[in-house]
Design a protein around this ligand. Sequence first.
Ligand SMILES: [Zn+2]
Length: 317
Amino acid sequence: MRGGEEVTFGTSGLDRAAALRGQPEVLAGLQAHGRVLPVWRGKPLFRAEGALGWVPADHKVLADAAPLVFLGLEEDGQASFAADLSNWEPESGSGAEQSFFDQSRQPHPALDASLAFEDLRNAMMRLSPRDAELAATARALVHWHRSHGFCAACGAASAVEQAGWQRKCPACGAHHFPRTDPVVIMLITKGNRVLLGRNAVWPEGMYSLLAGFVEPGETVEAAVRREVLEEAGVPVGPVRYLASQPWPFPASLMLGCHGEALDEAITVDPSELEDALWLDRQAVLQVFSGRHPVVRPPRKGAIAEFLLRNWLADRLD
Ligand SMILES: [Zn+2]
């Protein structure tokens, strides 16, 4: 769709300079004048005004960090890196990742008091497209390293390679690459109405477009039809791709699609959804303005909000 890359975490044209990943001497030189984004337990560092909290590579806060991950180069030659600080234990607060609307700010004693670790979902709307792409990439890669420390082939501890874009097993030689898990998220319409559903664990009043992981051996279109039929009992005919969104919570790529329902009758699978409903454009306008009696406004920055907003404006082409 036109404007599809304007979605939050849509591309900013970052030069990832992949050819440099295997050149440690060049990267060491870039690092000396580069900048590093610390990430602590999934939360990037932010300045008080909402920009990313970059620090120089020789900052003392990075003393115990995992190996730096190279994110890319700016036009002026400045290099950006990410560092995992998750081993740091704060004196107070659990630091546990929370699923929804985590507003907490975690300062660090080695950093200026204006800096704090925050949930990226809470802060993503304040970022420039470039910083959003860098933060999403940093969060996804740091999480991958934390959760893939051991070789999937033989179980030995693996090591970081290619400036953070691979892991290699010293025991069996296997190479491992960062995961991205495709998820379909679908605007299902029937005439003037759109299908929304809610999961039982979501905050009250939160509804969204239906979504689900693409299964091995399945096309995007088939995944859309299967998920909607499984979750809501609604058969879907034509399906087309609209726009995608990297969603690093922890490793998804959201594939936004439009599907046309063949029938309106809903049969919710209670193991998947608590409720599903059809809303017409007037009702969705009420939702967006916060005046709907049941459904709260969708989370700004998420592709569901983006697709619904563009559907309302008749801008899906
Ligand atoms: Zn191995």
